[in-house]
Design a protein around this ligand. Structure first.
Ligand code: NAD
Length: 319
């Protein structure tokens, strides 16, 4: 079987599998997932060459971190063979990007993950905090944690793309290693593309999450809490039905679409079962060997044209 491609992450020296394991589903975010299913999914992911795992204390109110940590421990994965990222600043009880909370939060995450260090620690959804605090307080606090060896690289995540330029234009060069964008490199919205030259000029590695637009581009559709407008939801449902009628799977098409741009180091997909892991790895391998189904892509793009680039508000207004 062909190997899952690995891609360099900016200047970090890390080589991430192009499909990354998004562990938010392990926090039961998209519905309940048993421990057995979680363990089997993580085991299969490792077997198939996925080396990148992303979680957060926010997912399932710490459950995702705990379950991922249990799985990695139980499987006895050598630490230098996996790249683990978690986050700070967003919690079940709200947002806190203060140096004090961040510093405490990392220790709590390491405990739940049962690790001595994480490879990437990311400020989670910074549009909900003060971006000036991120620049002047949070990133410097993370720098100290880097020096202490608790984290290897520093990242920032969020939905509006403007937050990345705001922060990167204001921090000392090299102090942010990674950005994680989500829902902006999918068939319905690929606006992250326009930002890639800027991010490259800053030497920042790029991870893109939610290729299935948090469930919009799946046959089962999104969870109840999905913030998209009803117009966007129904256009995506029409696109999914179109694929199904043709005996094809919209999730495969969507993941392959996100994987085509190699300037994005890893596409994080939320996975909760062996079946999803196998399907997503197979989609990546098929893309490498056969290429995209361009006819189907153009048909789906036509269905989604009226909602192209439609997003939703996230965070507090920044002046
Ligand atoms: P996603 O677009 O990856 O969609 C996940 C949904 O699709 C889940 O319901 C999953 O069960 C389902 N799915 C996965 N593979 C499938 C397949 N082959 N067929 C049908 N359905 C399939 O959205 P996501 O989970 O929100 O994003 C992926 C990961 O990226 C998260 O788990 C998280 O780690 C990360 N993320 C981070 C941020 C952030 O930092 N702000 C935001 C969003 C996502």
């Amino acid at each position: 079987m062909a190997k899952l491609e690995k891609r360099e992450l900016g200047r970090t020296g890390l080589n991430l599998s192009c499909v990354g394991f998004g562990a938010s589903p392990l926090g039961n975010v998209f519905g309940p997932v048993s421990r057995d299913d979680a363990l089997a999914a993580v085991r299969r992911a490792l077997d198939l060459g996925i080396n990148f795992f992303d979680t957060s204390p926010y997912y399932g109110g710490t459950v995702s971190e705990m379950v991922l940590g249990d799985c990695l421990r139980e499987l006895g994965v050598p630490r230098d063979e996996i790249i683990v990222s978690t986050k700070c600043g967003r919690y079940a009880d709200g947002f806190d990007f203060s140096a004090e909370r961040i510093t405490k939060s990392v220790d709590e995450s390491l405990q739940r993950l049962k690790l001595d260090y994480v490879d990437i620690l990311q400020c989670h959804d910074i549009e909900f905090g003060s971006l000036d605090q991120i620049v002047s307080e949070t990133i410097p606090a993370l720098q100290k944690l880097k020096e202490a060896g608790k984290i290897r690289f520093i990242g920032i995540t969020g939905l509006p793309l403007g937050i990345f330029t705001y922060v990167l234009d204001r921090v000392p060069p090299g102090s942010v290693d990674v950005v994680l964008s989500y829902c902006h490199y999918s068939i319905n919205d690929s606006t992250l593309v326009d930002l890639l030259p800027y991010l490259k000029s800053k030497g920042v590695g790029v991870i893109s999450a939610s290729p299935l637009a948090m469930g919009l581009l799946t046959e089962n559709g999104p969870p109840e809490w999905h913030p998209a407008s009803s117009e966007l939801k129904s256009a995506c449902r029409a696109a999914a039905n179109h694929c199904k009628d043709k005996g094809k799977n919209i999730s495969k098409l969507a993941l392959q679409y996100s994987l085509t741009n190699k300037e994005v180091s890893s596409i994080l997909v939320g996975m909760n079962s062996v079946k999803q892991v196998e399907e997503n790895v197979a989609a990546a391998l098929e893309l490498l060997n056969i290429g995209e189904d361009l006819d189907l892509l153009h048909e789906v793009e036509a269905i989604l044209e009226p909602v192209k680039k439609q997003t939703w508000p996230s965070g507090i207004q920044q002046s």
